[in-house]
Design a protein around this ligand. Structure first.
Ligand SMILES: Nc1ncnc2c1ncn2[C@@H]1O[C@H](COP(=O)(O)OP(=O)(O)OP(=O)(O)O)[C@@H](O)[C@H]1O
Ligand SMILES: [Mg+2]
Length: 354
């Protein structure tokens, strides 16, 4: 087990390297409740954060979600990001399996990397707009051509065809018109809640109401639903209409994904993370390959016969307008979790999972 003495006894070379690296390293003694080690880079990075100098401040800021590290085989957390005064910090928490006492935190100033990622995202958005236009051309062009052809055939054969034959063509035309109508409806959703009207929402009440709307339908599909809203993670500032649209979309996707699952289960969980709430929606459906996971936010990307492939694009847009984030973790054959980061009602420091 690592102890203060054994740390000092470790060959000088390790201590010197750790003192001087340009990544911040903090080691907390969780039993003695003190800061065991902090290298110079960590001191520099955390200097402006007055509340994060001692053990209490550091553990409140960096260690409020260590649950995943208790799982067998897990020794590190996912990277988490914190925003403060125009800077962005990224950190990862590590635990040595045999050592129940200490946790190590590697922390870096990732402001520039974050800025570059934002530029990348903007470029990707422009590509997506291009994709959206070509998708619309395709989605409207196909039924339009099919209608034109059906009308041309009808026009030249109207006197020869029997009423039954004419009916086949009319049905085809109205089927194509329904496709165009569905697309137009989805595009209308695209510009819904353009100016979000955010208010203080209680997530527990929000899901109670949503379950009154959808619960019976979902349970009719034999899906077990578990909603777990932590008391300290329930007050958020969002537009409830937009959040309802988004959660309904995510539930619909989850239910579709669990169509072949023997014991389908939908789990909704909220956790406090600094001044944001992490809302996770997990299903044990078909899951996605890495490649598929990368495509799901692209306009018109769908694997469903009757999907528009706009559900997630529209959800992401609505969330972005409310300063919320959406990310997913999925494993083929195991299931999918969508993580939403939602601003708490009154906040100072903003944090979220990277
Ligand atoms: N929970 C999930 N599990 C597995 N795959 C998913 C999940 N959510 C989304 N997907 C994949 O992402 C694709 C895009 O989803 P999106 O909601 O944008 O469109 P869609 O569901 O296909 O169509 P629509 O929303 O119009 O019904 C889906 O077709 C599916 O392949
Ligand atoms: Mg969908």
């Amino acid at each position: 087990m690592l102890s203060e003495d054994s740390f000092c006894d470790t060959p000088c070379i390790f201590t010197d390297v750790l003192r001087d690296i340009d990544t911040g390293l903090i080691i907390l003694d969780t039993i003695g409740k003190k800061v065991f080690f902090k290298n110079a880079h960590a001191v520099k990075i955390l200097e402006p954060l007055k509340a994060a100098q001692d053990y209490e401040g550091l553990s409140a800021l960096l260690c409020n979600d260590l649950d995943p590290l208790q799982q067998p085989g897990r020794t590190r957390s996912r990277q988490t990001i914190i925003h403060y005064e125009h800077r962005v910090l990224g950190y990862t928490v590590y635990r040595i399996p045999e050592d129940k006492r200490h946790i190590s935190i590697f922390i870096q100033d990732i402001t520039d990397r974050h800025r570059l990622a934002a530029i990348d995202e903007a470029t990707e958005m422009m590509n997506n707009i291009g994709c959206l236009f070509s998708g619309i051309r395709h989605e409207i062009g196909n039924p339009l051509n099919s209608i034109k052809m059906a009308l041309a055939v009808l026009h030249s054969n109207i006197t020869k065809y029997s009423p039954e034959e004419i009916d086949v063509y009319f049905n085809r035309i109205s089927g194509e018109l329904v496709k165009m109508e569905t697309l137009l409806k989805s595009l209308k959703n695209f510009s819904m809640f353009e100016t979000p009207r955010t208010s203080d929402i209680d997530l527990a009440m929000f899901f109670d109401n949503l379950m009154q709307l959808l619960g019976a339908d979902i349970r009719a599909k034999k899906v077990e639903i578990q909603i777990d809203i932590a008391p300290e993670a329930k007050r958020i500032m969002v537009d409830p209409r937009a959040l309802q649209h988004v959660t309904m979309n995510l539930f619909a996707n989850a239910v579709d994904a669990m169509a072949e699952t023997p014991n389908p289960r939908l789990l909704v969980r909220s956790q406090s993370r600094g001044n944001v709430i992490l809302l996770s929606i997990t299903d044990n459906g078909c899951g996605m390959s890495e490649e598929l996971s990368r495509d799901v936010f692209k306009p018109f990307f769908t694997t469903k016969a009757h999907g528009t492939g706009l559900g997630l694009v529209i959800s992401k847009k609505m969330l972005t307008q409310m300063h919320c984030g959406i990310e997913l973790v999925s494993e083929k054959g195991i299931g999918t979790t969508f993580h939403l980061t939602l601003p708490k009602s009154a906040t100072k420091i903003q944090r979220g999972e990277a």
